[in-house]
Design a protein around this ligand. Structure first.
Ligand code: KIV
Ligand code: ZN
Length: 505
């Protein structure tokens, strides 16, 4: 059985999805969950691009152990030095450096010859190797690169010290048949001198198929993201590749060390943190992935699961708990449930979470796993808060003009504003905008009910834009107007952290 390394790039390429930016604390939460999931490598960021990215990679390198930590760098000395500084303290570290190789990129973007690109790539791999043992090189836009030249670059960078060569389908252009052939050609040329990795984008919906074709033909590492998030149409989806290998072991004869029972939890965490929802019909982690609607299928399933079920929901961690918590549940039951759900919280965090849980249990009869997960992601995994919602009240009805009064704590000062609007949410948002003097534009407002019943938690996601930066804010409450206010304040805090501007713009 061949072993396939899983290289997760949710925190780097995944974060390049529009609006998916995560703060440092959120990245650490995701990285810790990726370790629980069992990935081999975490590409934690692109350190030269910003102070925030540098700090995130550095903190992950220091605080998250159990996977190799990777920093991305262009084939430039300053990038590589910065990536090295960021990953230096990790027990297992890797520098991933890249240079375009396709004529299209070399001619129009870099304006250099093939020879010059080859020389830079070799020099920079040597430089990276002088700093760390583990160096990955990517010939960017490899799938639109002349194959003879691509092979020349690959052999040269291996000679220079690259331990992994990653073949990116940067624009999601290639077909599985062609990609399989390309990987076989590379494998025949380099044998076991370096690991062949693949990095597929999903522009034509083929990222997973291409990655699997590459595995069949000799790739030993797959680069992917949770939920397939990433630039444009996204990257290869980790859960799909992993579950293909597991479900069709008979065909691939290859395995990963992913603990598939952590898949759904990781997927939900990434959704919550990035605010990017998973489409209901998405393979493996979509809400309908295991929902059988047709009578014939249901009949078959009741008789024997094998009739229509190729993956057991439990295998990805979808387990309906017998134990539903409620207002009489004590600290011990709550702590046990948190542990079962995979949360590793500090005693202080447990205390905060328990108080919130009790408050929620006063409003809502039964607390399900989804409620707890939402509570943790909105109350514990926090954005650094400059604005805090202290209180609010709203009047609305059929014959009254909706009016909202909102109190926010802004950098230790309580500020109140009252405003009217076209509806209770509009009035609330106007009052918050008055207090924060935000210049951001509201791009999207989404409301969703978590679990059933009129006492269900409502989850609101808002997307804001300012200075070309997009963020998503999340808020949850049994009161949908309060959830809306929380989501708006959360998004404003994220914007504040990204833009790093004065409290008042
Ligand atoms: O898609 C791509 O080519 C990349 C490289 C940096 C590997 O993300
Ligand atoms: Zn990419």
């Amino acid at each position: 059985m061949r072993y396939i390394k899983i290289f997760d790039t949710t925190l780097r390429d995944g974060e390049q999805s529009p609006g998916a930016s995560m703060n440092v604390e959120e990245k650490i939460q995701v990285a810790k969950q990726l370790v629980r999931l069992g990935v081999d490598y975490i590409e934690a960021g692109f350190p030269i691009t910003s102070e925030g990215d540098f700090e995130a990679v550095k903190r992950i390198a220091n605080e998250v152990h159990g996977a190799g930590i990777v920093g991305l760098a262009r084939a430039k000395e300053e990038d590589i030095k910065r990536a090295y500084e960021a990953v230096r303290d990790a027990p297992m570290k890797r520098i991933h450096t890249f240079h375009s190789t396709s004529d299209i990129h070399l001619k129009y973007q870099y304006r250099i010859s093939r020879g010059e690109a080859l020389k830079r790539s070799v020099e920079m791999v040597k430089f990276a190797r002088s700093l760390v043992e583990d160096v990955e090189f990517s010939p960017m836009d490899a799938t639109r690169t002349d194959v003879t030249y691509l092979l020349e670059v690959i052999e040269a960078v291996i000679e220079a010290g690259a331990t992994t060569v990653n073949i990116p389908d940067t624009v999601g252009y290639i077909t599985p048949y062609e990609f399989g052939n390309l990987i076989r050609t590379i494998k025949e040329k380099i044998g076991d001198k370096a690991t062949i990795s693949v990095h597929c984008h999903n522009d034509l919906g083929l990222a997973v198929a291409n990655s699997l074709a590459a595995i069949v033909n000799g790739a030993g590492q797959v680069e992917c993201t949770i939920n397939g998030i990433g630039e444009r149409a996204g990257n290869c989806s980790m859960e799909e590749v992993v579950m293909n290998l597991k479900t069709r072991k008979d065909f691939y004869n290859a395995e990963t060390r992913i603990n598939t029972k952590e898949i759904i939890r990781t997927s939900r965490l990434v959704t919550r943190i990035t605010g990017i929802p998973v489409q209901p019909n998405k393979a493996i982690v979509g809400a309908n992935a295991f929902a059988h609607e047709s009578g014939i299928h249901q009949d078959g399933l009741l008789k024997e699961k094998m009739t229509y079920e190729i993956i057991r929901p439990e295998d990805i961690g979808l387990q309906k708990t017998e134990l539903v918590l409620g207002k009489h549940s004590g600290r011990h039951a709550f702590k046990t449930r948190l542990r079962e759900l995979g949360y590793n919280l500090s005693p202080e965090e447990i205390e905060i979470a328990f108080k919130r849980f009790k408050h929620l249990a006063d409003q809502k009869k039964q607390i399900f796993d989804e409620d707890i997960e939402l509570l943790i992601s909105t109350e514990i995994i926090k954005t650094k808060e400059i604005y805090k919602l202290v209180d609010m009240s709203v009047t609305c009805g059929i014959n009254v003009k909706p009016k909202a009064s909102v109190k926010l704590k802004v950098d230790n000062e309580i500020i109140e504003a009252v405003d009217t609007g076209d509806g209770p949410v509009d009035a609330t948002y106007k009052a918050i905008a008055t207090i924060t003097r935000t210049k951001s534009k509201l791009l999207k407002f989404e409301v969703k009910g978590i679990t059933g019943g009129t006492d269900a938690l409502g989850e609101v996601t808002v997307t804001l834009e300012e200075d070309g930066k997009k963020v998503r804010g999340l808020g949850a409450d049994t009161d949908i107007i309060v959830a809306s206010a929380k989501a708006y304040v959360n998004a404003l805090n994220k914007l504040h952290n990204i833009i790093n501007r004065a409290i008042y713009p």
